[in-house]
Design a protein around this ligand. Structure first.
Ligand code: HEC
Length: 127
């Protein structure tokens, strides 16, 4: 699986960096929070696509004020994982972006966020 390969290579990198710094392997592994893009895609299709569209650029024919954020844009992709996690978790008051913490677990939010990362223009991950 392509995603897993990338994730694994990343993990090895982090783990070896951790060893260089004298950090225990178990400590490093407990810090790694990598969402699963396959589960994330399922969640995205079921819950986010109707506003954000299949490519993250916004669904066709939807008229919201303000409009859904373009999830593939550098503005969104440039944000830290923690920032995006919080936006999905808490939503944004006075917009159509609801707080997903009521219907998605933290793990599910990490998964859908991992999928949102694949929508970025600079991403080399194929859909
Ligand atoms: C009912 C429509 C709707 C649905 C469903 C929806 N969103 Fe949104 N989303 C919005 C709107 C509108 C905004 C823009 C809010 C603003 O103006 O900042 C937004 C903003 C966001 C942002 C913030 C982007 C930024 O500016 O940093 C993220 C991330 C996001 N949505 C992810 C998701 C994910 C993931 C899901 C599915 C779990 C989802 N959205 C479902 C309407 C929606």
């Amino acid at each position: 699986m392509h995603f897993t390969g990338v994730g694994f290579a990343l993990l090895i990198g982090i783990v070896s960096a951790g060893f260089a710094g004298g950090v225990e392997l178990k400590d490093v592994l407990s810090e790694v929070k990598e969402g699963d893009t396959v589960t994330g895609r399922e969640i995205y299709v079921n819950t986010c696509i109707r506003c954000h569209g299949i490519d993250g650029k916004g669904a066709q024919g939807i008229k919201l004020v303000p409009p859904p954020a373009d999830l593939s844009s550098p503005a969104v992709q440039g944000r830290l994982d923690g920032t995006l996690f919080k936006r999905i978790h808490e939503g944004k008051p006075n917009t159509a972006m609801g707080a997903w913490k009521h219907s998605l677990s933290d793990d599910e939010i990490w998964d859908v966020l991992a999928y949102v990362r694949t929508l970025g223009a600079g991403s080399d991950v194929q859909p």
